[in-house]
Design a protein around this ligand. Structure first.
Ligand code: SAM
Ligand code: SF4
Length: 482
């Protein structure tokens, strides 16, 4: 069968680099009225901004105006997703790679890397630790690009992970959603992983600046095809995958170019499929073992601007901050974000095996935040955020254009809150140690009070159902969601 977006003819570069460069150079700082109009539009309509509007926000110089942007970014996050932060863990399964991305520790010419690909049995062990010992419900499964770790391997891994059920305190703990970060694939291959139950398909463009892209991804490697990568998400939609995730690796080039590139990408997906990206990622380049590219430094203060600009420019998308960043950096951007990872390990087989310091140095890059899930939950609670283990989405048919409408109208936030409280309660019952339990229970009570007091957002029937679910969870039932 022939698929449209497998055909090079339909892969035209929709990133207008000249226009982006022009806007970066020539956009003037908006006055307060113009700035407020743009921010207000984003808040009330929740559509992606145009790149002209986004570039005006970028042109802001005064501290007061940036504070205004930050305050809107926080308000928008709250309106669309409430005050919950979804947590997940990455599962790195293989670092064999045919590419040679100059900045990555997995690149084929890094002769220092210790190469390894997990077997299905080893993947099972990783999932058992993540679900049974740490208490995760959601993973991102990561592999390099190699024929041995293609669609069949990924589909096998998905089935293996979903089959893991760890019994603890007479309750079953399992991974309920597995997202994938892997190389671009054909529509046929994407159908194979869709069939196996993929959550979100995530591919980062790395840089939207084609000239820079070609310099960093050597020509004789599959990844050197800029357009094939750019259409990864088009092919995913064509394969029937509803949730796709985009991202750029900040620190390869000018961060302003990448923000506008991400906005163009989101708008293109909306235009063609009526659905924008489920999430947007903004990893910052970290020092990788034997890296062949130093990149450009992104200051922490610019990083905060990047995240706030993405929140305001693509208001309906989830934003993911990762443990590449240090705890203080994460704290500064968490008010704009919807997801973060926790208790992260990025060595291959690292959750289930203890391995040497030397092997640690040979992982993809160095982590900034190595704290446990429990520590992170405690910090989020101190900041007034509830940790959510919600994996509803697919399982409650809230994906694709359906969820887009819900997000833009602010109607999804009520489900975010209810599912956050229910899944948080599960985690407290099953995993919280005595020190943190009290703090978590206090937060849950505050959330429940809020639910009780908001009659407009939560109907009487909804409240009744919520309390019945809550009671059942306290009694040991699991996986009840809205
Ligand atoms: N091989 C697949 C690919 O390249 O799309 C997926 C796996 S790759 C390990 C996942 C992501 O890691 C890449 O898309 C890139 O953005 C990120 N990455 C690579 N090198 C990095 C570094 N030195 N610091 C931070 N992130 C990096
Ligand atoms: Fe391979 Fe991905 Fe690393 Fe590039 S970024 S070397 S494709 S694992």
């Amino acid at each position: 069968m022939n698929y449209k977006y497998d055909d090079k003819e339909y892969m035209k570069n929709f990133i207008d680099g000249n226009k982006i460069n022009y806007l970066i150079k020539n956009s003037n700082e908006p006055d307060l009225k113009e700035l407020t109009d743009i921010l207000e539009k984003s808040f009330s309509v929740c559509d992606a901004l145009s790149i002209e509007e986004a570039s005006k926000l970028m042109a802001v110089k005064s501290r007061d105006k940036w504070e205004l942007i930050f305050s809107y970014a926080e308000k928008i996050k709250k309106k669309v997703y409430d005050n919950r932060i979804v947590v997940f863990a990455p599962l790195y399964a293989s670092n064999i790679c045919v590419n040679n991305c100059l900045y990555c520790g997995f690149r084929s010419q890094n002769k220092e890397a210790v190469r390894r690909t997990l077997s299905m049995e080893e993947i099972k062990k990783e999932a058992e630790v993540l679900a049974g010992e740490i208490g995760h419900k959601r993973l991102i499964f990561v592999v390099g690009e190699h024929p041995r770790t293609g669609a069949e391997y990924i589909a096998g891994a998905l089935r293996t992970i979903y089959s893991v059920k760890v019994e603890k305190k007479n309750r079953i703990n399992n991974i309920r959603r597995v997202n994938i970060n892997a190389a671009p694939m054909s529509v046929g291959d994407l159908k194979i992983i869709k069939e196996a139950g993929i959550g979100t398909y995530q591919v980062f463009q790395e840089t939207y600046d084609k000239n820079l892209y070609l310099k960093l991804h050597p020509q004789n490697t599959p990844k050197s095809d800029f357009e094939y990568r750019l259409y990864s998400h088009h092919r995913a939609f064509e394969a029937g995958i509803d949730d796709v995730a985009i991202g750029a690796l900040f620190g390869l080039g000018d961060w302003r170019f990448e923000v506008l590139g991400l906005v163009c990408h989101a708008k293109e997906l909306e235009k063609v499929f009526g659905v924008g990206p489920h999430t947007v990622s903004f990893p910052r380049l970290e020092k990788a073992s034997n890296s062949a590219y130093d990149g450009v430094k992104i200051l922490d203060e610019d990083f905060k601007k990047i995240v706030a600009l993405l929140r305001v420019s693509i208001p309906y998308s989830g934003l993911i901050v990762t443990c590449r960043e240090k705890p203080e950096t994460i704290r500064s951007v968490i008010p704009f974000c919807t997801q973060r990872d926790a208790s992260t390990k990025i060595g291959i087989g690292a959750y289930s095996e203890r391995y040497s310091e030397q092997a640690l140095k040979k992982q993809q890059f160095e982590l900034g935040d190595t704290r446990s899930l429990e520590e992170i939950i405690g910090e989020l609670a101190d900041m007034g955020y509830i940790t959510s283990f919600c994996t509803a989405g697919y399982r409650c048919a809230r994906t694709g254009d359906h969820i887009m409408k819900m997000l833009k109208s602010g109607r999804e936030s009520k489900f975010c809150k209810l599912n956050a409280v229910l899944t948080f309660k599960e985690w407290i019952e099953d995993f919280a140690g005595p020190d943190i339990k009290k703090k978590c229970e206090k937060l849950i009570m505050k959330e429940i009070k809020e639910i009780l007091s908001e009659d407009q957002r939560f109907s009487i029937d909804m409240k009744k159902m919520f309390f019945s679910y809550y009671q059942k969870i306290a009694e040991g039932e699991r996986d009840l969601c809205f």
